[in-house]
Design a protein around this ligand. Sequence first.
Ligand code: ZN
Length: 324
Amino acid sequence: MKFLVIGDIHGESNSLSRVLLAAVPYNPDAMILVGDIGSPILGSRVEHTSLRENLYEKSLQSIFSILELFDLPTFFVPGNRDLVHIKYTNANINNVDIMGEGAPGFMAHMNIIGIGGAGLTTGQWPYEWDDPGAYAGILQRINCISGLEHTIMVMHDPPFHTRLDRNRTSVHSGNEALRRLIEEKQPSLVVCGHIHESPGVDIVGVRTLAINAGGILKEDADRLYITKQHIDIRISQEEQFFIVSLEEQGIQIEHFFFSNNQLFVRNYVFDEDKLFLSQNGILVQVECTYSKAYPSKGRLEPPGNNEVDGEGARTKDGANNDSW
Ligand SMILES: [Zn+2]
């Protein structure tokens, strides 16, 4: 069973076409979108006029009409820059956001459960929720679902303090409630996006493989420069996507990315709760988050007696929450 996983699209219909054409030869059986699908025109600090909302709806329709052409079962959640109420009716394209208006999906003996939006930051994005209250709500809904060990969780926001949540200033800015949820429920696989600067793979909790698909357009942290005057993220005009193969002998992840118009691939193997990166035919074990303690942001106690390692917990007022 192969899933094509695409990061935040932000209305980039040309990039979506390019990714889908590149992915077709790998024969994915289904597609997962991790949110922030439509144009980012509904950003913070702008008034949501009807013109802006109409432009957003148009961009969404254009993305979904491209997806229809590829005719793959598709599961999505809205991101923090989408509206909670994504109106789209197509039997093949499923909103799985249990926080909003979706419902769990099911494919190849796997539950597909979505948690859209993102934890509270500025309070100005279209789809944000407050961690402690939302966490109780998520648990209530998830506890009604059986067979969670055979579950793919689709989250927009990545789990806190992992390889998947460093923002443009290298601060961990993922969501603590979602990390706690993964550690408690131990789904087979988590896919997320939102923090474009940290695409990659990690193990979270005891055994959950987690993938941040980043943005559909790569943001290369190496090319980031910061001055006192301004922060400039060099957004590449080249795309990336992931293909996740769930097989009896383990899970394989292929991270595809364009560079100078050529398609490259980075291969990961998840076997017996360990993650390996294939380099020149040799498997090298990846140091993952699962064994590490992490500091609480003070809004939700982490499970266990974790030590604070001093790495940048984000501030309660969201000063470092400048993610997409
Ligand atoms: Zn986002």
